[in-house]
Design a binder for this molecule. Structure first.
Ligand code: B12
Length: 216
């Protein structure tokens, strides 16, 4: 990475952390013009920005409105970067992705969705705060192969388990591969609730989905 490239990545991070959405959009465009890999940018800048914002929230420097504005800046920059990710050929596997009930965090889910799309999966994003029954209803309706569940709060992780338990109760657990992720989610939780896969970040997520789809 050139010095100029590193400077641009830092400027994007600073724009997000200081909640400047317009500036973040400009920097995302400059990054693409400079030929920097959009996937690398999404992975590094978004993760680092979120870590700093989280710290500021923890130590009382930032409040909820800052999180909302920084989240908007992250999403605006991510949307620009997403358009530049080269698309692989269509894998023809359908993924339904959602943030679970009572959880409003969208950035990580969106990045995972974007990377899966870029890898050739057909992705249906159901949004945030989606009830388990609704996730299952849509997965059936779309004849999905995968259900991807994001959870950023320890208090909403049990809804990941609820989706799996409801699938079992309906006798349709085997019809879908369920993959879980999100900040507080770990592999041992995924194993405990009987998920088929877990990814700690979007790059790992793509690997897991490809493995489960029999492609790697
Ligand atoms: C931005 C933010 C918000 C924004 C969200 C805006 C938006 N549009 O998403 C808003 C303001 C809504 C928000 C609200 C709250 N938040 Co908040 N928020 C954050 C913050 C700063 C960043 C989250 C983020 O976007 N990360 C960036 C992305 C790229 O990372 P990620 O989400 O982890 O996703 C990656 C991986 O986890 C993985 N992944 C994610 N999903 C999936 C899914 C699958 C299938 C797979 C395989 C992988 C995967 O891949 C992603 C890409 O690499 C975090 C702190 C942090 N450092 O994470 C706190 C944080 C998550 N929030 C927290 C809290 C407490 C709250 C509130 C309860 C605050 C309050 N007092 O009201 C509310 C809850 C609202 C609700 N009901 O959901 C806590 C959670 C603590 C906990 N473990 O339970 C954190 C950790 C802050 C803190 N240190 O206290 N928040």
């Amino acid at each position: 990475m050139t010095n100029e490239g590193e400077k641009l990545l830092k400027e994007l991070k600073d724009a997000i952390v200081s909640c400047q959405e317009d500036e973040a959009k400009v920097k995302a465009q400059e990054i693409l013009k400079a030929g920097i890999d959009p996937i690398f940018t999404l992975q590094t800048v978004m993760t680092e920005s979120a870590r700093i914002i989280g710290e500021k929230f923890d130590n009382g420097e930032y409040f909820l409105p800052h999180l909302v504005m920084a989240g908007d800046a992250m999403m605006a920059a991510s949307a620009i970067l997403e358009k530049a990710i080269p698309k692989e050929s269509n894998i023809k596997k359908v993924v339904v992705i959602a943030t679970v009930e009572a959880d409003m965090h969208s950035v990580g889910k969106n990045i995972v969705g974007m990377m899966l799309k870029a890898s050739g999966f057909e992705v249906y994003d159901l949004g945030v705060d989606v009830k388990s029954s609704e996730i299952i209803r849509r997965a059936q309706e779309l004849n999905a192969d995968f259900i991807a569940l994001s959870s950023l709060l320890t208090t909403t992780m049990p809804y990941q388990r609820e989706v799996i338990d409801e699938l079992k109760a309906y006798g349709i657990r085997d019809r879908f591969k369920v993959v879980v992720g999100g900040g507080p989610v770990r592999k041992d939780w995924a194993d405990k609730i009987g998920a088929d896969g877990y990814g700690k970040d979007a790059i790992e997520a793509v690997k897991v989905f490809k493995q489960l789809a029999g492609m790697e």
